[in-house]
Design a protein around this ligand. Structure first.
Ligand SMILES: C[S@@+](CC[C@H](N)C(=O)[O-])C[C@H]1O[C@@H](n2cnc3c(N)ncnc32)[C@H](O)[C@@H]1O
Length: 281
């Protein structure tokens, strides 16, 4: 694949377009990132320059093409039980609280940028382990995990639930190692996640710039390591929508290096020695 050079003017116009339609910020010093990630897409669409792309986007942006650009410009980087501390808090505090507080209806969890599935499957494993430890008969079907992402390729891998050696080497360390033994079947170089873990996870393509009303209400929302790509205005609007999509007493979890400071004051911050979360009071 040949790298196609982007001019400063084309970069400015592309960045302006992406911020307007998807809230994605591309700083002016990221020309190399655009070139390395989008040249292939240009080639696939028979375009010889970024000018052709920018003109098309301005005239009549085809939605699938815009989605592919967003997909290419954001990374699908993820791992099992990412940021260990918050998973201990989920296991020891949040899931037991939801279990106790919501005895009579479905408990709904949203993994809002689930990438290749490690995040929603890690939650499912926590729930299954707890269910077994409490010796409750049958599957934990009271739980529903809605896992969404904009990337079709990431969602495809997530739905299949088969992971290569590199993916399996990331995150299953220390106290999390036993989950790998319990919930995967390894054959050769790949490991297949078990059907019981998959059964309560429902994958769906969803763009975070769309209204959340179609997804229903949630008791726990994980939106981790995705807001970093968005403009301040987009983040403010996104967390306002998330607040409205949560049940009272619901939990919100961000990435370990993220915060709602300057973005939303609707949620209550709860800090623990091992991490932090927000609640809707
Ligand atoms: C770095 S991964 C984070 C995965 C996981 N949440 C974690 O923390 O390990 C970011 C994900 O956000 C998705 N994403 C980016 N922009 C999005 C948008 N507008 N709507 C939905 N998902 C988006 C990407 O496709 C990618 O899979």
């Amino acid at each position: 694949m040949a790298i196609i050079k982007v001019t400063p003017q084309e970069l400015t116009e592309l960045a302006r377009f992406l911020e307007k339609v998807r809230g994605i910020v591309i700083p002016p010093n990221k020309a190399y990132l655009v070139e390395s990630r989008l040249s292939k897409l240009l080639e696939e669409n028979g375009m010889k320059s970024y000018r052709e792309l920018v003109d098309l986007l301005k005239r009549n942006p085809p939605k699938p093409l815009v989605d592919k650009i967003v997909d290419a410009m954001t990374t699908n980087e993820t791992l099992w039980f990412r940021d260990s501390g918050i998973w201990e808090i989920m296991r020891d505090e949040i899931i037991p609280d939801l279990d106790r507080r919501i005895p009579a209806r479905r408990i709904r969890i949203w993994s809002a940028a689930c990438s290749t599935g490690q995040e929603p499957y890690s939650i499912s494993m926590l729930i299954h382990r707890r269910h077994k430890e409490k010796r409750i008969a049958g599957p934990p079907s009271r739980y529903e995990i809605v896992a969404t992402d904009i990337s079709m390729s990431a969602l495809f891998l997530a739905k299949v639930g088969r992971y290569d050696r590199i993916s399996m080497s990331r995150g299953f360390t220390g106290q999390w190692a036993t989950y790998k033994d319990e919930f995967f079947k390894t054959t050769g170089n790949t490991a297949q996640i078990s059907n019981e873990i998959k059964d309560i996870v429902h994958f769906q393509r969803f763009n975070l710039s769309d209204p959340l009303t179609s997804l229903g209400k949630f008791d726990l929302v994980l939106i981790r390591n995705v807001a970093i790509y968005f403009s301040l205005d987009f983040k403010k609007e996104l967390f306002r929508k998330i607040y409205n999509a949560m049940n009272p007493g619901g939990y919100l979890i961000l990435g370990a290096s993220e915060s709602l400071r300057g973005i939303s004051s609707d949620f209550k911050l709860v800090t623990r020695p091992r991490g932090f979360y927000y609640t809707k009071v």
